[in-house]
Design a protein around this ligand. Sequence first.
Ligand code: PBG
Length: 336
Amino acid sequence: MAEFFKLSLTQRPRRLRRTASRRAMVEETILRPADFIAPLFVVEGRAAPDPIKSMPGVFRLGITDLVKECRALAKLGVPAVALFPKLDPKLKDEEGSQALNEDALVLRAVRAVKKAVPELTILTDVALDPYTSHGHDGVLTVAGDDVANDHTVGLLTRMAVLQAKAGVDFVAPSDMMDGRVGAIRQALDAAGYTDTGIMAYSAKFNSAYYGPFRDAVGSAQAAGTRLLSKATYQLNPANRREAISEVLLDEAEGADIVMVKPAGLYLDIIRDVREVTRKPVAAYQISGEYSQIHAAAQLGWLDLARCRHESLLAIKRAGADMILTYFAREMAALLR
Ligand code: PBG
């Protein structure tokens, strides 16, 4: 084509993008295996991994397979895992009493992983939702119309001490009850676990994108006909200032790492949080974020590999120091 028009420009930003090596030279954000934390689902003694339908490529693992998976992750340079138990529904009750069982599934899993792969950092959720028959993160009030904040926090402190005793590196309160980080810090210190850290789910939003996770751990059903809404404790997705104030509170109460969750839809919050705290910031790319990429890829509408990379890059660019993601293993394998 004839070039009939010429601009006289001082700045031609495209000069920096002309070749692959120039693009590499000016690349600002780079993903690496150590950026990722792998969430893993554990079940009672299974011979084979149990696929989670709404999360392609994700499985519930028996402890033996879990240990193998952890070994593989450590080898790939993934520094940490977050373990989530899926309980037999028969073990669930209104009070979530299995959460305080010294021999609970997740505690046995922690002990096994710590023993086999001591270099791996282990996180566990401190919340009652895998244990309650109604699926809420806390126990309900007598009227049954809300979670009982302070009573729940009391249970969480005991749960956190059991987890620390089993060898967890960071307990991760994920329930959004008021005052839980401070109470857990006190309980850990009183029990002598001053080296056990707290990664607080500080800005955890009441998201519709947790659906596949609730399938995975079986916390989706409402007791009777009551619809499961966590709106009285998880943050309103409309609120930005409130998210920051939750982060600052958790920091004041003793959180070592603060988290924003979900991640991809809340990049503005990740950036805000990065700017108000000097603590490391974690972001959780949740089940729905993972599953929607897979679903679109299955339909042939999006390219899985490129969307996977771009979604994680965006989270890191926004300011996350670490990312919990179900893509952890495959990303680490690709980036090595
Ligand atoms: C609950 C908890 C949830 C997730 C981690 N811990 C979901 C919820 O609040 O129901 C979600 C993770 C995901 O969707 O991947 N304590």
